[in-house]
Design a protein around this ligand. Sequence first.
Ligand SMILES: [Zn+2]
Length: 99
Amino acid sequence: MGLGGNVPATEETNGDYLNCPNCGGQLDNHLAVNTGELFKPAPGDIGICWYCGSRNMIDGEGRLVELDKETETRLSEHEKNLLQQAWERWNEKQSIRGS
Ligand SMILES: [Zn+2]
């Protein structure tokens, strides 16, 4: 699986967004955890919702779905670490924003 441990970020709108399955938030830009660069999410990528912190993944049809327990248990340690990093980064940003 091409899991990238990527975290979505939202700054600009280009009309090409994904909806968070948990909160419905529109996620249009996606920031890669490992490189800090914007990228286009591909099936199998995992990430954190910018708005609610939900752990999501891209399914085979390019839709954003919640990361299920079964998939989570199949993640490698490296992928789990990336996801944890992404969540911590999200948590940090939320506290800076104070919302
Ligand atoms: Zn969300």
